[in-house]
Design a protein around this ligand. Structure first.
Ligand SMILES: [Mn+2]
Length: 207
């Protein structure tokens, strides 16, 4: 059994994306310590991505500008797309990883479960946000509906199967933050190298 394939190349990605709606520069290291430097021009999103980096032990640098004078939507979604693409690229062939992860994370009254499968098959099941959550402007600028939209963007572009279930919660800030923390913790497990795994953890031989 050889483990060399699992650590042969650094799991790092640097992507730039420029459109008429946003300009994004993102660097990610899946084997980091959770250090982040995030300036998206959307303050609450900076908060969420900082939490993701910290709790997934992913080093993450993001510089983004966008047409936030219209709405934060384009900038927030586009960063989700680039983050997903960077995750997929950095994961490489997925040799030696655990593949699955799950977490149940509270933030005061909010409680969120996240389950991640680094499957290569994009699928998001997202449920349980309380009625009206999608219309709330968190911090006065971040629309609640964008939380699911970001997970759609990450999941579809990274090739992950993700189930996120909000089990309880009242405060929109708590709920959104707990969703990102739960996803981060589950992803941390899934991307981690498992010393008992040799090669790609799939009966198909590919993920
Ligand atoms: Mn959209």
């Amino acid at each position: 059994m050889s483990l060399t394939a699992t650590t042969s190349s650094p799991r790092i990605a640097h992507l730039q994306r420029e459109t008429s709606e946003s300009s994004i520069d993102l660097t990610l290291n899946l084997d980091g310590t959770g250090v982040s430097d995030i300036q998206t021009s959307v303050p609450f999103y900076d908060h969420l991505l900082t939490a993701f980096a910290k709790h997934s032990l992913t080093d993450l640098t993001v510089r983004a500008r966008g047409d936030i004078e219209i709405d934060v939507h384009h900038t927030v979604e586009d960063i989700g797309i680039v983050l997903g693409q960077a995750i997929r690229q950095a994961l490489g062939d997925k040799s030696g990883i655990s593949r699955y992860g799950d977490a149940l994370v509270p933030l005061d009254e909010a409680l969120v479960q996240a389950v991640v499968d680094i499957s290569g098959r994009p699928y998001l099941v997202h449920r349980g946000e309380p009625a009206g959550f999608e219309f709330h402007l968190i911090g006065g600028h971040f629309t609640g509906s964008m939380v699911r939209h970001v997970f759609e963007a990450i999941t579809f572009n990274a090739g992950l199967t993700v189930h996120i279930t909000v089990q309880g919660g009242r405060d929109p800030h708590h709920i959104a933050e707990a969703e990102f923390k739960a996803f981060a913790r589950a992803f941390r497990q899934a991307k981690a190298f498992d010393p008992l795994v040799s090669g790609i953890p799939s009966t198909k031989g590919a993920l």
